[in-house]
Design a protein around this ligand. Structure first.
Ligand SMILES: Cc1cc2nc3c(=O)[nH]c(=O)nc-3n(C[C@H](O)[C@H](O)[C@H](O)COP(=O)(O)O)c2cc1C
Length: 163
């Protein structure tokens, strides 16, 4: 039997779920966790983020949502560069470290990241992979900005078989 829908009920345009309700249910929804890094020298910054989404493979694009109040935001915004480090399930301590306010910043970050040499983007040892990205577009999202970035380089971690 066909279902008959009643007249559409108007949805109040200003409806907003309480943040605590949303936080409580989003906690139940597992996501991948990444560390975002950007900037160099004194301006280098890194933070934990789970807003990472792979948008398309061709062109290779990803999206992240970064709070404007974070210290990592100005590093990404001013450099136009972003590295996304995909954490493994053994890197809970790394996720906690880079979500904390007293984490390393600027030159103190150097010991946490490494490179393959001149021209290589920094990568996080132990991560599943690190993506070297360039920001292509910024979308206003209220407290955060959504950065759409082109993936310029994929560096797989040692445990990842690319074949
Ligand atoms: C699992 C997890 C995921 C997070 N995801 C995001 C995110 O996607 N975007 C964001 O702006 N903050 C996110 N945060 C919060 C930042 O990691 C946190 O605010 C951090 O302290 C910001 O650091 P900064 O101010 O030194 O840049 C997340 C935190 C956790 C624990």
């Amino acid at each position: 039997m066909a279902t008959t829908l009643g007249p559409a009920r108007p949805v109040p345009r200003s409806a907003s779920a309480p943040p605590d309700d949303l936080r409580a249910v989003m906690r139940l929804f597992p996501t991948g966790v990444t560390v975002l890094s950007s900037g160099r020298g004194d301006r280098a910054a890194a933070m934990t983020a789970n807003s990472f989404v792979s948008i398309s493979l061709d062109p290779p694009r990803v999206l992240v949502s970064v709070m404007k109040s974070s210290r990592t935001y100005p590093a990404i915004d001013s450099s136009g560069e972003l590295q996304v480090h995909l954490l493994s399930d053994r890197q809970g301590d790394v996720a906690r470290l880079f979500a904390s306010r007293d984490k390393p910043f600027g030159r103190d970050l150097e010991g946490h990241f490494t490179t393959d040499g001149e021209g290589s983007h920094p990568y996080l040892p132990g991560a599943l992979a690190s993506l070297g990205c360039r920001i292509e577009e910024r979308f206003p999202g209220g407290d955060p900005t959504l950065f759409l970035a082109r993936v310029e380089h994929v560096r797989p971690g040692l445990a990842v078989n690319m074949s």
